[in-house]
Ligand binder design. Structure first.
Ligand SMILES: *[C@@H]1O[C@H](CO)[C@@H](O)[C@H](O)[C@H]1NC(C)=O
Ligand SMILES: *[C@@H]1O[C@H](CO)[C@@H](O)[C@H](O)[C@H]1NC(C)=O
Ligand SMILES: *[C@@H]1O[C@H](CO)[C@@H](O)[C@H](O)[C@H]1NC(C)=O
Ligand SMILES: *[C@@H]1O[C@H](CO)[C@@H](O)[C@H](O)[C@H]1NC(C)=O
Ligand SMILES: CC(=O)N[C@H]1CO[C@H](CO)[C@@H](O)[C@@H]1O
Ligand SMILES: CC(=O)N[C@H]1CO[C@H](CO)[C@@H](O)[C@@H]1O
Length: 537
């Protein structure tokens, strides 16, 4: 070692010691003077090269959501997350009989009630399982608790791909090797179900105080059932026509899946008739897909899927159609639901968010108005799906989280009853994905370091999922127009009111909430922030 290097090292280590002393000086007085109730576990922030931070969790540490206290009438509590680094920062408030003079006012009217909510959640893909199980056991526990326990954001919905999808390490279905096996004799779950999906589902249910609801969606039938003899690519339609043995076999595949999951202790709430049926029309679609026209889907449900599920005793598992972009509304359900013999098997309409930025949300309202007896439910969304987004994983990207809450608020304000995120966890490159269709996720796992990163998207999801349990009802809130940077919605859950507000702009706003049974709550909405207020009447 040369003299220069040695002295450089000496100086460097002195600097490090100096920095540590400086830190102690900064932190010690606090520790000595502040006698507080048990500290909540705050975000351990880390900045990468994006606009905000992630919260780092590992085997020994993970932030938790501060407990929602039991509130007396007139007491309120708010939770704030912001681009500047707040994550579920809790504040207590109380209603006053006088308010400030703020011109911005949100007036709650719980006499006007809209849709009842189902809930919020994410998908148990193979990729999610692979990533979660790649962590040390204690870190896995922190990750699962972050999503499903009362320490976390308490998801009550889970989506399960029925077989493989692109977020698998190989393309597969549950009956690939037995062409002509219309009786599904050789149908069998795969290693992925037993190793990655079912065990995680059981852990989520066991730690969850809320009742969980799972829905399953198929990406493709076995290749031998399809015109293109492949799980992906163009012309990906089922062979034959509704009512034939091939369509009966595909319907039976759904029942067999429901039965095998039941046998493994997972009861389904719902199935969707097909993930993104429009993908099957693309000339050269690059991952698992299968096409239906709305007329084909109507006939398949009426002649095969509906009667098939019924005859095998699965009336308790409800059926959703759609499961595709908002753009197919309201025309798709108009075709399928106009036939009462198909409609009688259907309960809801699933929507994906991928084209929402160019699609009028009033398509949702139109759909609701046409079919008030059918719920609309968000079945998939993720950031970085557009091909021009590079890199796919943007650690700490506030705007991705903001797009989540903006879309959720827009959906909820247009009759949607819940919202399901895509992969629960992905790796540092946004995979694994056998078709290289990498995207971002609210939780990114860094296997090498045995840690994971909770992104702004995670907290934006939590501003809804934590506070809006199944059965919450959207109510009227009269406030400023929602066509700018301010978005909001209000809900009631028993005696509690929940108000969520998102500010997408660079200015701080003073506002007031009016609840005429209680008075006024003066509030401050920080720049680039999302807040959830809850109070009891
Ligand atoms: C885990 O995270 C905590 C908080 O960020 C940190 O203090 C600790 O050193 C980390 N442990 C490991 C093994 O990285
Ligand atoms: C509140 O809602 C009820 C029921 O829709 C309506 O009759 C009433 O006019 C609303 N009140 C206000 C102040 O908007
Ligand atoms: C099921 O798989 C076995 C083993 O590969 C094969 O021998 C049998 O013919 C298959 N059954 C059907 C109905 O295709
Ligand atoms: C079809 O897609 C595959 C996979 O993305 C690609 O390798 C192939 O070149 C494409 N073929 C055509 C004709 O575009
Ligand atoms: C099937 C159905 O009810 N269709 C109606 C949906 O609503 C539009 C008006 O918004 C009517 O024109 C359709 O007949
Ligand atoms: C903090 C805050 O509310 N800032 C902005 C939020 O959105 C409204 C409406 O667009 C703006 O007027 C505020 O300045």
């Amino acid at each position: 070692m040369s003299y220069k290097v040695a002295s450089a090292l000496l100086i460097a280590s002195l600097l490090v010691v100096g920095a540590i002393c400086a830190l102690l000086v900064v932190f010690l007085p606090d520790q000595q003077t502040e006698e507080k109730e048990p500290e909540p576990r705050n975000c351990s922030p880390k900045y990468f090269s994006y606009s905000s931070n992630v919260c780092v969790c590992n085997s020994t540490y993970c932030d938790v959501v501060p407990t929602i206290p039991t509130l007396n009438s007139g007491e309120a509590v708010s939770y704030t997350s912001s681009k500047a680094g707040k994550r579920f920062e809790k504040m207590e408030h109380s209603f006053q009989s006088e308010s400030n003079t703020s011109p911005v006012s949100f007036s709650i009217n719980s006499s006007t009630r809209y849709q009842t909510l189902k809930g919020f959640g994410g998908a148990f893909t193979d990729a999610a399982g692979i990533n979660i199980f790649s962590l040390p056991t204690d870190a896995q526990e922190h990750l699962m608790r972050s999503y499903f326990s009362s320490d976390g954001i308490e998801y009550n919905v889970g989506r399960i791909p029925m077989g493989g999808c692109d977020f698998s390490t190989r393309p597969y279905t549950y009956n690939d090797d037995s062409p002509g096996d219309f009786e599904m004799k050789n149908f069998s779950l795969t290693l992925e179900d037993f190793v990655y999906k079912i065990p995680l589902i059981h852990r989520a249910v066991a730690m969850n105080a809320r009742k969980m609801s799972f829905f399953a969606s198929p990406w493709s039938a076995p290749s031998w059932m399809k015109k293109n003899n492949a799980l992906w690519g163009g012309n990906g339609f089922l062979k034959g026509v509704a009512g034939d043995e091939n369509h009966k076999a595909w319907a039976l595949y759904f029942s067999r899946f429901i039965e095998e999951y039941e046998r493994n202790g997972v009861q389904l709430w719902a199935v969707t008739a097909q993930n993104e049926p429009i993908d099957g029309f693309a000339k050269n679609f690059s991952f698992n897909c299968m096409g239906f026209t709305p007329e084909q889907q109507r006939d398949f449900i009426k002649m095969d899927l509906g009667p098939g599920l019924h005859s095998r005793g699965h009336d308790d598992v409800i059926l959703m159609i759609g499961d595709d972009q908002r753009l197919v509304l309201p025309s798709w359900p108009q075709v399928v639901l106009s036939d009462p013999d198909a409609a009688k098997y259907i309960s809801g309409i699933g929507v994906h968010w991928y084209m929402d930025w160019i699609t009028d949300p009033n398509r949702l309202t139109k759909t609701h108005e046409n079919f008030t007896d059918y719920f609309i439910f968000g079945t998939e969304a993720c950031a970085s799906a557009m091909p021009w987004v590079d890199p796919k994983v943007r650690l700490g990207h506030w705007e991705s989280g903001q797009r989540y809450s903006e879309d959720i608020l827009e959906d909820l304000n247009h009759w949607v009853t819940g919202w399901t995120d895509w992969n629960l966890a992905l790796d540092m490159g946004g995979g694994p994905n056998w078709a290289n269709n990498f995207v971002d996720s609210p939780i990114i796992v860094n296997k090498e370091k045995g840690e994971f990163y909770k992104q702004p998207m995670f907290y934006h999801m939590g501003h809804f999922s934590k506070f809006l349990g199944e059965g919450s009802i959207r109510i009227e809130v009269v406030g400023p127009p929602q066509d700018g940077d301010l978005k909001y919605a209000a809900f009631m859950d028993g005696n509690s009111i929940i108000f969520v507000v998102l500010n997408k702009s660079d200015s701080i706003i003073e506002a007031k909430i009016t609840d005429k049974t209680l008075g006024f709550l003066d509030i401050t909405i920080g720049r680039y922030s999302i807040q959830t207020y809850t109070w009891s009447r």
